[in-house]
Design a protein around this ligand. Structure first.
Ligand code: HEM
Length: 510
C-alpha cells in the first residue's frame, strides 16, 4: 500500500537531491568555464546558438534532436558548435564538411565518447563500437573484415538465413489466411534477431524456450537505454550518482545477455570437444578458431563482441525494413514497379535469395532511397576529438563530441532534387552508393569507424523486403486510408516510426 508519509518524504528527498545537483552543477560550471578561458584564449569555435549558463543548449535539442539541429544549422551553418550541459559538441550538416570529418581528418576524429549506458560490467574495455582506436580495436576490425563479414563467410552462412526468411514467410502466410494485421516493426525486430543469432550462433534466440525467451526484451531495453538522453552524460560529474539509474538498469540487462552468450559458448565448446571444430558455418565457429591462435579472443571477448553485434544490428535493420515498407505502401506505383522487377527476375511468389541482390537494381534503389529519407542512425555514432582539429577555419577542440547529421544531409535541397519526395528512380544510373564513398548518402558512416556489418545489413534487408513483397500484397488495416499513415519519427539510438505500421498481408499464391 502507498503510505501518505512516503510521498512527503519522497518530495523532500527529491527537492534536496535537485538542490544538491543544481549546486554541484553551478560549481562545476564556474570552474570549468574558468579553466577553459585560461587554457585556450585563441580557440576559434564554430558558430552556434547562444548558451544558457550551466545547461548550455541542452533545451534546444527537443524530442527530435536531428530535426532541431537541422533547423539550428540553417542559421549557424554546416559546422556548428553547441554546449550540451558540459559537453562541447560540434554538429556537421553538409556533405562537404562530413567528408572533412569522416575522411580528411578521421585520424584524430575516430574515437568515441562513451555514454554511461555503455560503461557497465567493463563493456567499455571490450566494445568494438566504443573502444578507442587501439591495437585491440584494429585487431577486432580486421577479424570483422576478413572473417566475420567477408563475402566468403557471408556466402557460406546464407543457407541459415534463407531458412529464417522462409519461416518468416510461413508466419506471414498464416496471418494472411485469417486476414490478421501484422505489426511490421515488431515482426522485423524478431526476425532480424534470429537472422543475426543464426549467423553468429546457429540458434534462434527468439521463440525458443527457457531464458532465451526474454532475449528480445533484453536487446530492446539495452538499445533503449543507450538511445535515451542521460543527464550524467551531459554532466559527467553526476556519473557517480547515476541520477536516472541508467547504469544500474543497464548492468542488469547486459549481465543477462552476457550470461546467455556464456551458455551458448560453453555448449559449443563441449560439442567441439566431441565432434571436431568445423561443424558449423557460423561466426562463433570462426571466433573459436581464432581464439586458438590469438589469446585476445577469449570467451569474455566473444561475449562482448556478440553483445555489440546484436545491439548495433537489430534495431537499425528492423527500422529500415519498416520505413521501406511504409514508403512502398504510400507509393503504390513504386510498389507495382518493384513487384514487376521481382516477378521478371525471381519469378512470382518466390523468396529472394542473397545471391539475387545484384540482379535487382530497382529494389536496391528503394533501399538507398529509404536510407536517404530515414537514416536509422541520424547523427551517426558520435566521434570524439583526440586533439584540437582545424576544419574550415574553425577549431574542433580536443575532447569535443562530433555528430554528423546524415538526416539533414539526405534532405539537402542543394544535393537532391525534390528532396522530400520518395523517388528511387534518382538512383537508377547514379554512381552514389552507401559504402562511405559518397558523403551525400552515408547511413553507415564512413572512414575507419564505418559500420563493419554493412554488407550483412544490406543482404538481410534486400532479402526480407524483396521476399515480403514478392510473396504478398500489403494493405492497410481496417479501411485505413493512405492519408492516415503517420510518418512521425521517434528519436533514439535509431530513428523509428512513432506509430507502428500495421499491414494485412494478402497471399499472392504460387
Ligand atoms: C541498416 C542497418 C545498419 C545501419 C544503418 C548501421 C549504421 C551504423 C553507423 C552509422 C555506425 C557508426 C559509423 C561511424 O561512426 O562512422 C555503425 C557502427 C557499427 N555497426 Fe552498424 N549499422 C547497421 C547494421 C549493423 C549490423 C547488422 C551490425 C552487426 C551485425 C552492425 C554493427 C556495427 C558495429 C559493431 C559498429 C561499430 C564499429 C566501430 O565503431 O568500429 N551494424 N553502424
Amino acid at each position: 500500500m502507498h503510505h501518505p508519509m512516503a510521498s512527503t518524504l519522497y518530495t523532500v528527498d527529491f527537492v534536496t537531491c535537485a538542490l544538491f545537483l543544481l549546486l554541484t552543477c553551478t560549481i562545476i560550471h564556474v570552474v570549468v568555464s574558468f579553466l577553459a578561458r585560461t587554457r585556450k584564449p585563441n580557440l576559434k569555435l564554430p558558430p552556434g546558438p547562444t548558451r544558457l549558463p550551466i545547461i548550455g543548449n541542452l533545451l534546444e535539442l527537443g524530442e527530435k534532436p536531428h530535426q532541431s539541429l537541422a533547423k539550428l544549422a540553417k542559421t549557424h551553418g554546416p559546422v556548428m558548435s553547441l554546449k550540451l550541459g558540459q559537453v562541447t559538441s560540434v554538429v556537421i550538416s553538409s556533405a562537404e564538411m562530413a567528408k572533412e570529418v569522416l575522411q580528411t581528418h578521421d585520424n584524430f576524429l575516430s574515437n568515441r565518447p562513451i555514454p554511461q549506458s555503455v560503461s557497465v560490467l567493463n563493456h567499455e574495455h571490450y566494445s568494438l563500437a566504443f573502444i578507442p582506436v587501439t591495437p585491440l580495436w584494429r585487431d577486432l576490425r580486421k577479424i570483422c573484415n576478413t572473417q566475420l563479414f567477408s563475402h566468403k563467410s557471408l556466402d557460406s552462412s546464407q543457407d541459415i538465413r534463407r531458412e529464417k526468411v522462409q519461416q518468416l514467410l510461413n508466419d506471414v502466410k498464416k496471418s494472411s489466411q485469417i486476414g490478421e494485421a501484422i505489426d511490421i516493426g515488431r515482426e522485423a525486430f524478431k526476425i532480424t534477431i534470429n537472422l543475426l543469432s543464426n549467423t553468429i550462433f546457429s540458434e534462434d534466440l527468439v521463440h525458443s524456450s527457457g531464458t532465451a525467451g526474454e532475449f528480445k526484451e533484453l536487446i530492446t531495453n539495452i538499445t533503449k537505454l543507450v538511445g535515451s538522453p542521460n543527464i550524467a552524460d551531459f554532466f559527467p560529474q553526476l556519473k557517480i550518482i547515476d541520477p536516472q539509474s541508467v547504469k544500474r538498469q543497464q548492468s542488469k540487462n547486459v549481465a543477462k545477455v552476457l550470461d546467455i552468450f556464456d551458455h551458448l559458448i560453453r555448449k559449443r565448446l563441449k560439442l567441439r570437444g566431441c565432434i571436431g571444430s568445423d561443424t558449423y558455418n557460423d561466426m562463433l565457429n570462426a571466433l573459436l578458431n581464432i581464439s586458438k591462435e590469438n589469446e585476445m579472443m577469449d570467451k569474455t571477448m566473444i561475449e562482448h563482441l556478440a553483445h555489440d553485434l546484436f545491439v548495433a544490428g537489430t534495431d537499425t535493420t528492423a527500422a529500415t525494413l519498416e520505413w521501406a515498407l511504409t514508403e512502398l505502401v504510400l507509393n503504390p506505383e513504386i510498389m507495382l514497379k518493384v513487384k514487376k522487377e521481382l516477378e521478371e527476375i525471381i519469378g512470382k511468389a518466390k523468396p529472394v535469395e542473397e545471391s539475387d541482390i545484384a540482379k535487382l537494381p530497382y529494389l536496391q534503389a528503394i533501399i538507398k532511397e529509404t536510407f536517404r529519407l530515414h537514416p536509422p542512425v541520424p547523427l551517426l555514432l558520435p566521434r570524439k576529438a583526440e586533439r584540437d582539429v582545424e576544419i574550415c577555419g574553425y577549431t574542433i577542440p580536443k575532447d569535443a563530441q562530433v555528430m554528423v547529421n546524415v538526416w539533414t544531409i539526405g534532405r539537402d535541397p542543394t544535393l537532391w532534387d525534390n528532396p522530400n519526395l520518395f523517388s528511387p528512380e534518382r538512383f537508377i544510373g547514379s554512381e552514389i552508393d552507401i559504402k562511405g564513398r559518397h558523403f551525400e548518402l552515408a547511413p553507415f558512416g564512413a572512414g575507419r569507424r564505418i559500420c563493419p556489418a554493412m554488407m550483412l545489413a544490406i543482404r538481410m534487408l534486400l532479402m526480407m523486403l524483396g521476399s515480403l513483397i514478392n510473396s504478398f500484397d500489403w494493405k492497410l488495416e481496417d479501411g485505413m486510408k493512405l492519408e492516415d499513415v503517420n510518418m512521425d519519427e521517434k528519436f533514439g539510438i535509431t530513428l523509428q516510426k512513432a506509430q507502428p505500421l500495421r499491414l494485412v498481408p494478402v497471399n499472392i499464391g504460387n
